[in-house]
Design a protein around this ligand. Sequence first.
Ligand code: SF4
Length: 337
Amino acid sequence: MIVTFSTNVFVAVTNVCRNACAYCGFRARSPDDAFIVRVEDVERLFAECRGVATEALFSAGERPECAVGFDFRRMIADVCGEECSLVEYTVILCEIAIKHGLLPHTNIGVLSEQELMRLKDVNASMGLMLETVADIDAHRNSPGKHPKERLRTIEHAGRLKIPFTTGILVGIGEEESDRIASLEAIAAIHRKFGHIQEVIIQPFAPKANTPFANRNPPMFEEVLRCVKWAREILPDDVAIQAPPNLISSAAELRALIDAGVSDLGGISAKTHDYINPEAPWPSEKNLRRMIEPHILRERLPIYPKFIRKCWFSDKIRHLIEKYADSDGFKLPQKKSQ
Ligand code: SF4
């Protein structure tokens, strides 16, 4: 079986966030540990990554302009010389990525239809984890995690024909029936718009100094069961993704593939997973070995089906033409530093 992955550069745009999810180790707790990535640092990183990645993954806290106790507008004016929103700043960063030959994929929380439209022009695909449709304690202080908000963003993306990644988080206080309901909600939106390229089944991983620090991650059997449900519930043209850095062994990874996982998401040789910094990504070589006898194949951040449908803007057409083979996967290419 063919299992896909992409090579990316992970850029955390800012850790300022209006939400306070109980399991999150990423968001800034005070202005002292808040950051916004600087344009010059992004330029330097992308220049270093030429030839070793095709995707620039932009992630950020959600609606930092609304984060209580932070003056995000002043922070952003400090780094880019003028006041602008996170969305506008991310557009600037996406344009830099394109200039350096990288296809952007942006996942910065719930967005309005207008904001998605603005980002669509400079992104190969976008994403937003649904996480769960359940009303859970972990999201008490996170207005953006209300399932209606998240489903609305995913629907807007569908209306705008944006190839989209979403997923569920397993083990944050939801019941098994909630996992099924979440997958059914995603399947229903995909049947309407046809824009979901992959659904991530992501196991919760505890982080130090968070309310969920002492909570156990889900048992592997729970994750496996969830993948099986996902394969049953989701339409066949939606891939199921498991993040390989959160799966503890090659045997478990192969069991997930046997149950329906066909994508391993992005891995990076140059940057780490800012959301799960304790879990390094395996190298491409190791990944290839771990999943044997399955075959590992590199894809772009936009899936072949959406390349065929031309669901991308003229701003990134040249990069898709440069990187995609006749099947829409990544052309084998000599990698250079
Ligand atoms: S998990 Fe995401 S949305 Fe929740 S607090 Fe952390 S950065 Fe914000």
